[in-house]
Design a protein around this ligand. Structure first.
Ligand code: PMV
Length: 333
């Protein structure tokens, strides 16, 4: 058996979203995106290659992986085996300390940790760029969980030009993220379905046209730690992604569009606008799920918690607090 490697990675939250693919085999996105790693959530993954195993053995959160997850993880191990020139099957054990597949980007931390643990377990020494490229092929957004802190994923136009890099380290800005978990069940419609349908929205082109300005705004706001210019850009960007999702033609004929939101999601959106009107510097963003991520600066945490408390009780939600987190790392080898 090869030595067992344990790696960890945080999920990342997109401030500028990846929505739609240029190449769905290689996960080359239609647009560049920007994210921040969430240090309040963690995936831990161990990998050991073993020549005596007849097939990969994969356990997720303590249970044997279901067919779909098994194929995805085993397919990613094939990429690693090909890079290393080996054939051995592997034992993989992975666990999340947060809800899986509910719009908290569990696939981003999962494939980042798997790429790092898997490549090291077969003695590949990939640099950050090559790890990001490898993780991207498992799940696009995983490319962004390899570097630490605030990260940009350059869309690129080929396998070797599409990877993520750090814009600023975790300690650069005292920005905090409160994830409000309204529903911790796996979402009904995967992000893969959303990416595939995106191009059918009449607003998709319009969204892509606004993105280079949004990317500039968000990049500059991060550099200057300027919350009042970050907030409207991030919030409008999330709405733009969801407007495309809602107006896309999904594969099932009975659906008029992809709604990732629940009534409680809108409740929270309207509360955030109200809080802002009352002078609290906070904004929201939402990935492909119903849960809402609130962004604010550390100095405003007390006020935010006071506003949130009654709402959380009324909505039956719970919260996960994060600061900008590190990139993927080795826990044990
Ligand atoms: O990496 P995927 O295929 O799960 O897509 C992620 C899509 C969003 O989370 C909605 C946006 C993003 O950039 O992370």
């Amino acid at each position: 058996m090869s030595h067992r490697i344990v790696a960890a990675a945080h999920p990342n939250l997109a401030l500028v979203k990846y929505w739609g693919k240029r190449d769905s085999e290689l996960n080359i996105p239609a647009n560049s995106s920007i994210s921040v790693n969430l240090d309040g959530a963690l995936t831990t993954t161990s990998v050991a290659f073993d020549p005596s195993l007849p097939e990969d053995r994969i356990f997720l959160n303590g249970e044997p992986a279901n067919r779909e997850a098994y194929c995805r993880v085993s397919g990613h191990l094939d990429r690693i085996r090909e890079l290393a020139g080996i054939n051995d099957r592997a034992l993989v054990e992975s666990g999340n300390d947060f809800p899986t597949a509910a719009g908290i980007a569990s696939s981003s931390s999962a494939f980042a940790a798997l790429s790092l643990a898997g490549s090291r377990a077969c003695r590949l020494d990939l640099d950050e760029k090559q790890l990001s490229i490898l993780a991207r092929k498992g799940s696009g957004s995983a490319a962004r969980s390899i570097p630490g802190g605030f990260v940009e994923w350059e869309a690129g136009d080929s396998d070797q030009t599409s990877f993520a890099f750090q814009l600023a380290p975790p300690g650069h800005w005292d920005l905090e993220i409160c994830t409000v978990v309204l529903d911790s069940r796996p979402k009904r419609f995967s992000s893969a379905e959303g990416h595939m349908a995106a191009g059918t929205s009449p607003f998709y082109r319009a969204r892509l046209e606004t993105l280079s300005r949004t990317l500039d705004l968000v990049r500059t706001a991060i550099r200057d730690k300027n919350f009042s210019s970050l907030a409207p850009a991030v919030e409008r960007e999330a709405i733009s992604m969801h407007a495309v999702a809602i107006t896309s033609l999904p594969v099932s004929a009975w659906m008029s569009g992809l709604y990732y939101w629940m009534p409680e999601t809108l409740d929270l959106i309207q509360s955030v606008q109200q809080w802002r009107e009352n002078g609290l510097d906070v904004c929201f963003t939402i990935d492909a799920g119903p849960n809402v991520h609130l962004l604010y600066e550390g100095k405003d945490r007390g006020r935010l918690e006071a506003e949130l408390e009654p709402l959380i009780a009324r909505l039956g939600a719970y919260t996960i607090f994060s600061r900008p987190g590190n990139g993927a790392w080795i826990l044990d080898e």
